[in-house]
Ligand binder design. Structure first.
Ligand SMILES: Nc1ncnc2c1ncn2[C@@H]1O[C@H](COP(=O)(O)OP(=O)(O)OP(=O)(O)O)[C@@H](O)[C@H]1O
Length: 317
């Protein structure tokens, strides 16, 4: 699919999507990530039938995104929510339900508000809501009518950590129910926690797509702690390099000497699978090293994203 935004009076245009090809499996929790201006919002708008591709086609839930019957099965939380400030949440949900051509069901709306953690705010005007409360209300509106596809643009923007946990729980419940989740979030940790598949979009093209663990594979590192008294040179020969001090990492101080790790007995070893890992551990143990702790340090989503698009400015992290 291609999308060119044309300038006024036909003077050229900007190609936001340049041959984007993406299949989102039904029932998956799919995350779209990429730098600012990559084309994520343009893609979401084309899925919702708000933007029409310049070339190519979009099929959603087996039909056209412009078909009202298909649109009725999609729940959408936009990045920028416009909410009527003088209204209260139940009236807002009732109006959204009417627009979605759903039967009036005030008790169901109250249950939905309770589900997103807004039951204490039903008598307050929306204008007085915090950013996180507005997001929760937007999520409730997206959930109206039990959609088959949930398209969420920055769903946890402005929500505190406890709220994020609740939103994540709701999204996981929806996925368990068979809903397809399509998430655009610049919070990579959030995408990592919620999604099972991810696509990396940059400059209007999909650079990588796949299951999270497949994308993160290859950079698999293991953090190993040995009992005091290990011989660093023997470990180095077995592929272990001293890790940076954990204390330095947790306090965020600048990178220090890797020797810190050696003093603490903490090393990193690259191993693409458990057989390679065990072979390295066998070599270490043969040199007299005693294993105390072992932890996987698989490449996280940030590393995968940076690996795919480079570490230039504008990378959403
Ligand atoms: N209505 C428009 N008219 C002209 N150009 C547009 C329009 N909407 C988006 N663009 C351009 O298309 C490109 C892709 O924009 P888009 O908003 O889809 O990116 P994005 O990945 O969602 O970015 P961000 O993470 O910053 O929200 C950008 O260069 C943007 O300036």
């Amino acid at each position: 699919m291609r999308k060119t935004y044309h300038r006024a009076f036909g003077r050229g245009g900007h190609e936001a999507l340049r041959g984007m090809d993406l299949l989102v499996p039904s029932g998956s929790a799919f995350g779209l990530i990429g730098p600012n201006g990559a084309g994520k919002t343009t893609f979401i708008k084309s899925v919702l039938g708000i933007v029409r591709p310049t070339a190519g086609t979009v099929r959603v839930l087996g039909g056209s995104p412009e078909d009202p019957a298909i649109r009725a099965r999609i729940g959408y939380l936009p990045e920028r929510l416009h909410l009527p400030g003088t209204w209260k949440a139940p009236a807002f949900l009732a109006t959204v339900a009417r627009l979605k051509r759903l039967k009036p069901d005030a008790p169901a709306h109250l249950r939905l508000l309770e589900r997103v953690g807004l039951s204490d705010a039903v008598d307050r005007k929306i204008g007085g809501y915090s950013k996180g409360m507005r997001q929760r209300l937007g999520l409730a509106a997206a959930l109206l009518g039990d959609p088959s596809l949930l398209v969420l643009d920055e769903p946890t923007d402005g929500i505190d950590p406890m709220g994020r946990l609740e939103v994540r729980r709701i999204l996981q419940e929806e996925v368990r129910r068979g809903v397809t989740l399509f998430l655009n979030s610049h919070l990579l940790a959030e995408t990592e926690r919620v999604c099972d598949r991810v696509a990396i979009l940059a400059d209007g093209r999909v650079l990588r797509e796949g299951r999270l663990e497949e994308l993160a594979r290859g950079g698999a590192k293991w953090r190993v702690r040995f009992a005091p008294g290990v011989e660093t040179s023997a470990l180095a020969a077995a592929g272990f390099v001293p890790a940076e001090s954990e204390a330095r990492i947790s306090t965020g101080t600048p990178p220090g000497l890797a020797a810190d790790g050696a003093r603490e007995g903490v090393y990193l070893v690259e191993a693409t699978d458990v057989a390679v890992l065990n072979a390295a551990l066998d070599r270490a143990r043969a040199s007299g090293a005693l294993l105390m702790e072992l932890r996987r340090e698989g490449a996280d989503l940030e590393a995968v994203l940076l690996g795919a698009v480079g570490s230039g400015p504008g990378v959403a992290a």
